[in-house]
Write a protein that binds this ligand. Structure first.
Ligand SMILES: Nc1ncnc2c1ncn2[C@@H]1O[C@H](COP(=O)(O)OP(=O)(O)OP(=O)(O)O)[C@@H](O)[C@H]1O
Length: 770
């Protein structure tokens, strides 16, 4: 049996209480005061310790310096954690059933764990196993709980309590009285949107908790309709994993990939509020260091082709195409002399380069050495000079400096950057044709790839650049010798650091390990965080990756992401029904099986926390049309303003839209409003709504009125949404129906659809409501 009771009664100024509920509130207020007092104490102690660590000069030995650094690092991390939990420090309590008629234990659940001076637990961290029943107990499976209590607090004050009682007999008589209260969840969902996602530690639901606490290894797919909390659960999962697997993950970091920079700004504050710093947030367009692509491919067919897995083959052929053996040989002009290497020798050099089976640039040195030898021999022959090994080395080194020789070598085996490879490939119809034909692309597909040199990189180019970087590698012969020496040094330093950790008693405590510590003391990237080092390194291997809006990733994009997680420890978050990219997923198996061979598990989220039932009913009609086999999520809320359609006179949108937007804006007060329209109407809207902020602008989330395309709105939410020209949205892209579904499901409170012609039949429900 479950009984809900709530209380919003504040105690009197002196804490006196007239009835049992106020007495309970006053008691909780006192317990909360104790916990904040302890937080203040711990903060002050940590600050003092940190100051003392910085202030001490130690013995001046290297060991003393390392010890200080370890300690300061640990203290600084703790201090930043303690500072981040002031708001909503403690939000819950669980009362466990006792044995043999005895009262059971009570635990308070909070953003961090705290113990009193005697090491007794005052607060249990929400990520700790002991806190799990707070999230997972249900009347059917109470998990030994008698009661779960939510505490509503503000500025260190308890404003209200919300109880769920699982075992009435286990409760005191005074606790049994009281009104049924509104759940903590509904109170949280009713709040106005701020333009930034917040944490939901106080109200995580059982099906979300399963996602959050799912084990680290392997790939987990989280499939769920709009508003089911996929993003928020995935971010809490990052915090949970970093807490539970600190040793592995703090060193390797966690990568979170989101669809665009606006979305990353939207979710950017959730992780710091959860106390996590070892996370890299990145769009797909930023995954290749040195290129920050934000532009989408203008032609959907080009996007589709660039995302196709055959592009990997095409690029392999493109690289092979740059390894040539001109039949006439190669020629260089040095000191009034014409030097020649015959075609036969070029072919041998090229074949030897290929036989190495190393990345193109890494094999360059071998090929170049062979050709330089041939040039040097020809030079000696023409000068009638003998050539012993010493002379040959000298002659090769001298020839290598010659511009004309370098150009001749490049005819056979040029050193290439990924950018050069792609630029040359897409701008040269002959070159492109040879590679495309070998990879099995049609002439139309080939044409979709052609473009002039110097064009701006698009998001769809980034996986191609990354693939090219893999195929090209680097001319790393010098670097490899240096790396071997560095590796020897690193091992010695790690052995030393391990010794320091053992002496200081910090070994095995999970704050730092020998590798991190040794890394700190190595120039030049000493003192960079894991996240900073990882973001700058294309070949960084992350400990875990979370991919949000993952249905949009193309086959080539998956290759880029998976390259960064060799352990395949992944959280893949998305909704197949919201796919709008022409290269995106039609099913999870289709995109994941080629890489994971069926080794992935799926959790489904089924409850929509964002969109009220009336608006979701409109969205469900659209869903039935675009993805008939997908169940719409069930809204947790109903009531509120019925969605409506407003018909405007054809050609009069600019005049008739502003009053609609103004009225909606007034209705949500300080809340957020989005106008969602097809890209083709944005010009008109700019004139109609001069004060609104458009598209990818950095302040779009802070403006009261934002104007977005459905793709830009993906993952975001607004108190009120005005969908403009639904027929235009549907017609604008092959996946237009799914875009309309995305647009409608951004609303948390109000939906208005503004249309010129007749309403698309799929929105008939709105016409009926008029
Ligand atoms: N347990 C919860 N407690 C409070 N709020 C929640 C909870 N779960 C989800 N929400 C809220 O519901 C809204 C939708 O969550 P979220 O954006 O994570 O959904 P989503 O599944 O990623 O949606 P979409 O597919 O549309 O991007 C957010 O405002 C989020 O804070």
């Amino acid at each position: 049996m479950e009984l809900r009771q709530g209380s919003d009664v504040s105690p009197g100024p002196d804490g006196s209480a007239a009835d049992p509920r106020s007495a309970e509130l006053a008691a909780e207020q006192e317990r909360l005061r104790l916990r904040y007092a302890r937080l203040d104490e711990v903060r002050a102690e940590t600050e003092r310790a940190l100051r003392a660590t910085f202030g001490s000069h130690g013995t001046g030995t290297r060991q003393a310096a390392v010890e200080r650094e370890v300690r300061a690092d640990e203290l600084a991390r703790r201090l930043s954690q303690l500072s981040g939990v002031e708001r909503g420090l403690c939000f819950g309590r669980i009362d466990l059933a006792g044995a043999d008629g005895e009262a059971g234990e009570t635990y308070y659940i909070g953003r961090i764990g705290l113990r009193d001076a005697d090491h007794e637990p005052l607060l249990v961290d929400w990520r700790a196993p002991a806190a799990a029943p707070f999230y997972t107990a249900t009347p059917a499976r109470p998990r030994n709980l008698v009661r779960r209590r939510h505490l509503h607090t503000r500025d260190r004050r308890v404003l209200g309590l919300d109880d769920e009682v699982f075992d009435l007999d286990g409760l005191a008589e005074s606790d049994r009285r009281g009104l049924v209260g509104e759940g903590a969840l509904l109170a949280a969902l009713r709040r106005e949107r701020t333009g930034r996602m917040g944490d939901v530690v106080a109200t995580i639901q059982a099906e979300q908790d399963r996602v959050i606490r799912s084990e680290l290894p392997g790939a987990l797919v989280v499939q769920g309709g709009p508003g089911t909390g996929k993003t928020v659960a995935a971010l809490h999962r990052a915090a949970y994993l970093l807490y539970t697997h600190r040793r592995v993950l703090a060193r390797r970091g966690v990568l979170v990939v989101g669809p665009n920079t606006t979305f990353l700004r939207y979710i950017g504050q959730v992780l710091p509020s959860l106390g996590e710093t070892d996370v890299v947030l990145s769009t797909l367009g930023e995954l290749f260091p040195g290129v920050a692509a934000t532009r989408d491919e203008p032609d959907p067919e080009t996007a589709r082709v660039k995302g196709d897995a055959r592009m990997a083959d095409l690029l392999r052929h493109a690289v092979r195409g740059r390894q040539r053996a001109p039949r006439r040989g190669i020629t260089a002009h040095v000191d009034d002399m014409t030097l020649h290497v015959p075609g036969e020798v070029c072919r041998r050099a090229r074949d030897r380069g290929r036989a190495l089976r190393r990345p193109h640039n890494a094999a360059h040195r071998t090929v170049a050495a062979e050709l330089l030898t041939a040039f040097a021999r020809d030079q000696a022959r023409q000068l009638s000079r003998p050539l012993d090994d010493e002379d040959l080395r000298y002659a090769r080194a001298a020839l290598r400096q010659e511009e004309s020789v370098r150009a001749a070598l490049a005819e056979v085996w040029p050193l290439l950057t990924p950018q050069q490879l792609l630029t040359d490939l897409f701008a040269d119809p002959g070159r492109l044709h040879r590679a495309a034909r070998s990879a099995g692309l049609s002439r139309e597909e080939e044409r979709a790839l052609l473009r002039p040199a110097g064009a701006e990189w698009t998001v769809a180019d980034v996986p191609l650049l990354d693939e090219a970087a893999e195929l090209l590698g680097e001319d790393d012969s010098a670097a490899r010798a240096a790396a071997r020496a560095a590796e020897r040094l690193r091992r010695a330093e790690e052995r030393y650091a391990q010794g320091v950790l053992e002496i200081t008693g910090l070994a095995g405590r999970g704050f730092l390990d020998a590798a991190i510590l040794a890394g700190r003391h190595r120039a030049p990237e000493a003192h960079l965080t894991t996240a900073e080092r990882a973001a700058a390194d294309r070949t960084w291997a992350y400990g875990h990756a979370i991919v949000d809006e993952a249905q949009e990733l193309s086959a080539m994009a998956w290759r880029t992401v998976l390259r960064r997680v060799p352990t395949r420890s992944l959280t893949v978050v998305g909704d197949i029904a919201q796919t709008s990219s022409p290269a995106g997923a039609r099913s999870w198996a289709q995109v994941l099986d080629p890489h994971l061979g069926g080794r992935w598990r799926e959790e489904r989220l089924t409850v929509n926390y964002r969109t009220p039932a009336e608006i979701m009913a409109v969205a469900a009609d659209v869903l039935a049309e675009v993805a008939p086999d997908v169940e719409p999520p069930e809204s947790v809320r109903d009531g509120g303003t019925p969605p409506r359609a407003v018909r405007v006179v054809e050609g009069a949108l600019a005049a008739e839209l502003p009053p609609v937007v103004a009225a909606e804006s007034a209705a949500v007060g300080t809340g957020r409003l989005a106008v969602i329209a097809p890209a083709a109407r944005l010009g008109e809207l700019r004139r109609a709504l001069p004060d609104a902020v458009f598209g990818a602008a950095s302040d779009v989330l802070d403006s009261p009125v934002a104007v977005l395309t459905p793709v830009q709105a993906k993952g975001l939410e607004f108190d009120a949404v005005v969908v403009v020209d639904p027929a235009g949205i549907v017609a604008a892209a092959p996946q237009g129906g799914r875009d309309l579904y995305v647009a409608i499901t951004r609303a948390t409170r109000r939906l208005t659809v503004v249309h010129e012609g007749p309403l698309p039949p799929v929105l008939k429900r709105l016409a009926d409501a008029d």
